[in-house]
Design a protein around this ligand. Structure first.
Ligand SMILES: Cc1cc2nc3c(=O)[nH]c(=O)nc-3n(C[C@H](O)[C@H](O)[C@H](O)COP(=O)(O)OP(=O)(O)OC[C@H]3O[C@@H](n4cnc5c(N)ncnc54)[C@H](O)[C@@H]3O)c2cc1C
Length: 163
């Protein structure tokens, strides 16, 4: 029996875990680990940022949906991977694995340009659920007193679609 662990349950990790469960004979184990309890359909975040959808409409509870596919779900952050020992560390335990898929996504590089981001800068973002909620608040305020607005993305950004 082999144990496959997929770290991250976003747009990459969740389908990877499902596909592996589908492709592998049942004696093999597939485990999905995410530091988030919910799957977010990230491409719909611009709707949340404009108040057109609530976050709950574009999220799914991983504890409910993942086990239905024959995949074990663990809600915890992976804190370390030891590829020699084939062990993954969680805050409260260590998991042995035979194969690991790392699908932990990207990090926002808001420090790449001064002024970027809703927390330390003066721009809004729809790149994660929290930012989309902040954006929706800012958009409501903007509609009370509308004026010129700049919609865009920075040089070097990997994804221009949302803008
Ligand atoms: C607003 C917006 C709109 C987009 N629209 C489109 C589109 O229309 N079409 C398109 O093809 N692409 C689109 N993209 C890009 C697409 O959403 C990303 O490419 C995709 O989400 C990346 O998937 P991922 O699984 O690699 O990462 P993510 O979806 O970011 O998932 C990674 C997961 O890993 C978890 N994680 C991270 N670290 C750990 C850890 N240490 N332990 C456990 N879990 C961890 C994270 O919490 C997250 O849940 C869009 C992106 C944005 C921001």
């Amino acid at each position: 029996m082999a144990r496959v662990v997929v770290i991250g349950a976003g747009l990459g990790g969740l389908p990877a875990a499902y596909e592996m469960r589908h492709a592998l004979p049942s004696e093999h184990q597939v485990i999905s680990i995410s530091n988030q309890s919910k799957f977010t359909f990230v491409p719909s975040l611009p709707w949340v940022g404009l108040g057109l959808r609530s976050l709950s409409e574009i999220q799914l509870d991983l504890n409910q949906i993942v086990p239905k596919h024959g995949v074990e779900f663990i809600h915890a952050p992976v804190t370390a991977i030891d590829p020699r020992a084939r062990q993954i560390s969680l805050p409260d335990r260590t998991i042995d694995y035979d194969y690991a898929v790392i699908a932990t996504g990207s990090e926002l590089a808001l420090d790449a340009f001064p002024g970027l981001g809703p927390e330390q800068g003066y721009t809004q973002s729809v790149c994660n659920p929290y930012h989309a909620l902040l954006c929706a608040e800012a958009w409501e305020k903007f509609l009370d007193n509308p004026g010129p607005i700049v919609v865009g993305t920075t040089p070097g950004a990997s994804c221009f679609g949302p803008a």
